[in-house]
Design a protein around this ligand. Structure first.
Ligand code: PHE
Ligand code: FE
Length: 292
């Protein structure tokens, strides 16, 4: 992910494009073990929950082997499939840097892994979120095109001063997206598939709203960075997401959004296609701060 209000020069040791060496040989046995624990937890949970392209990508990349994957090995297969590669960065990178990488089919990933005592919740994306969560979807040609197009769209949004609207699109698709399948709703967002608790909450909990994806609607909806989402948006298929975003010129959309109010996070609008009318019980009870 990217973050604003950051220094524009890369930290010492990083290249001008903010990349660093992954330093795969330096991971400790304990760090590999954290990966294996998380990997096994999630793969036990995801069949029947994660969307097919995600599960297919996970298989194609063989991400579990002996622990934390070596980017050089992942990239052989990933580049062959969709022209994407994973590059290591020291942490969050400035927006322009992030978008330039995406537009050129490079996914910037953290190289550090969370501590064994914080398996379930962390503020900054680590290698498990970035690689297990994001990279499998990048093996899908349609999603791969979407992410690259998003990078170019990000550069454009910065120029228009509308990054906050475009960031919501990323959030509600790349990070927290749901999709329809013949067997029901499935998760594909990296923030969900990399989280044990949200993999269940996003599909099964009666609290959140689950609404049909609509581009402009999504760009008017704020999001939670600190807790489970109060609303998830459902796409019919990846192709629909790619088509609607690449075939829409966002410039007039951004202009229209200037006059439009944000939609309250838990609201359901008359035009929404409702998959689930959530109770909002979880959020109303105080969310993470109340939950055990
Ligand atoms: N079509 C968008 C624009 O005109 C760019 C974009 C494509 C944004 C795909 C997100 C995803 O700015
Ligand atoms: Fe992410």
């Amino acid at each position: 992910m990217s973050a604003d209000a950051m220094p524009t020069a890369p930290p010492p040791g990083a290249r001008p494009d903010w990349t660093i060496d992954q330093g795969w040989a330096r991971y400790t046995e304990a760090e590999h073990q954290v990966w294996i624990t998380l990997y096994e937890r999630q793969t036990a949970l995801l069949p029947g929950r994660a969307a097919d392209p995600f599960l297919k990508g996970l298989d194609a990349l063989d991400l579990h082997r002996a622990g934390i994957p070596d980017f050089a090995r992942i990239n052989e297969e990933l580049t062959r499939l969709t022209g994407w590669s994973v590059v290591a960065v020291p942490g969050l990178v400035p927006d322009e840097v992030f978008f330039d990488h995406l537009a050129n089919r490079r996914f910037p990933a953290g190289q550090f892994i969370r501590k064994p005592e914080e398996l379930d919740y962390l503020q900054e994306p680590d290698i498990f979120h970035d690689v297990f969560g994001h990279v499998p979807m990048l093996t899908d040609p349609t999603f791969a095109d979407y992410m690259a197009a998003y990078g170019k769209g990000g550069q454009r949004a910065l120029g228009f001063g509308h990054l906050h609207n475009l960031a919501r699109l990323y959030w509600y698709t790349v990070e927290f997206g749901l999709m329809e399948s013949r067997e029901g709703l499935r998760i594909y967002g990296a923030g969900i598939v990399s989280s044990r608790a949200e993999s269940v909450f996003a599909l099964d909990d009666p609290s959140p709203n689950r609404l049909g994806f609509d581009l402009e609607r999504v760009m008017r909806t704020p999001y939670r960075i600190d807790d489970f989402q109060q609303v998830y948006f459902v796409i019919p298929a990846l192709q629909t997401l790619l088509d609607v975003t690449t075939q829409t010129d966002f410039a007039p959309l951004y202009r229209r959004l200037e006059g439009a109010k944000d939609i309250p996070i838990a609201a359901i609008e008359p035009a929404d296609r409702v998959f689930t009318r959530g109770t909002q019980a979880y959020a109303n009870a105080g969310g993470r701060t109340r939950a055990a």
